[in-house]
Design a protein around this ligand. Sequence first.
Ligand SMILES: *Cc1c(COP(=O)(O)O)cnc(C)c1O
Length: 392
Amino acid sequence: MNQNFQQFMATELNRLHDEGLYNNIRVLESPQGAWVQINGKKLLNFCSNNYLGLANHPEVVKAAKIALDQYGIGPGAVRSIAGTMALHQKLETKLAEFKGAEAVLTFQSGFNANLAVIPAMVGKGDTIFTDELNHASIIDGCRLSRAKVKIFKHCDMTSLQEKLAEDSEGRKLIITDSVFSMDGDIAPLPQIVALAQKYDALVAVDDAHGEGVLGSHGKGVVDHFHLHGKVDAEVGTFSKAIGTVGGCVAGSKTLVEYLKQKARPFLFSSAVTPPDVAATMQAIAVLERDDTLVRKLWDNGNYFKAQMQKAGFDTGRSQTPITPVMIGDAKMATQMSERLLEAGIFAKPIVFPTVAKGKARIRVMISATHSKDDLNLALDKFTEIGKELGLI
Ligand SMILES: *Cc1c(COP(=O)(O)O)cnc(C)c1O
């Protein structure tokens, strides 16, 4: 082992500890749910993106078990070489139908979907227009594409228009998160689409936090704004509201054909396993069947946010069930989270580099599985500890 490098890493880790930026990863001893177990203690969970409780839904689990017996576990190789399973194609057809898109291609994760689609849409000599708060996987996808990257101010259409009006060669691509995961606000997609039409740009949206949350039956941001057929690439993940794991891109049949020939994470990395695929398919079936879970999620989110504001907390600019509790100082956010943990509430501090310096917060992820009693318990604890720490 190289001692200089060991020393370099140890110094950096110490700095993270000193500045309150060290991420203390908790170990769960239970499945994901409204309550989880950590260090033998039951905690009320506000950290997961399992918005609808589908990660543990009996029908979803059962579908995975059946697929395991029917198809086994290993894919053998990448889909383009070992052949693709009928199951994966079935999921893609079902997803296209659900989203109202011509076609869908699935990937191993949402992260990989961005690494696949961005460099396939634009390359050297082209220009990307990207929101300053876009997800890390979009940032990395932009870098990999080698296109020129122009960053516009968060959800600021004047800023986007200014950048679009500047001289640029090649193809243009505007890309945005649909729901911004650290703030819970929604991108103004209709205005983005209008600007794209005016300046002849492509549009890609990453709907990771919109699927299962926005639109009729959680069909996502395109459905929410009635923009079917107006977005060139709709990126998604199954790891949030869908409750499983995997990613996808929805768009035209030609886009999907093209990605199958060009997208490197599709060509050089194996697909998710049959149980994952079957579970995702079942989760979509549950969503299609009725929208009770989606409505419960919104009721819970609206209730919690309103009560937190009443208690004097700043919940930022959220328009969705994601509830950021703005603190500012990273050390204070970490301290608050630790005090909450002692009180039985699992809510993580979000600090730099996930959010800007000085914008630390506790992010409360509300889900449809929380009961009113759960939410009231959390409200009591937040208020008690917030007062103790002088935050309200
Ligand atoms: C979570 C997230 C991803 C990554 O999804 P995974 O399936 O977990 O890889 C991508 N984009 C956005 C906006 C996300 O919030």
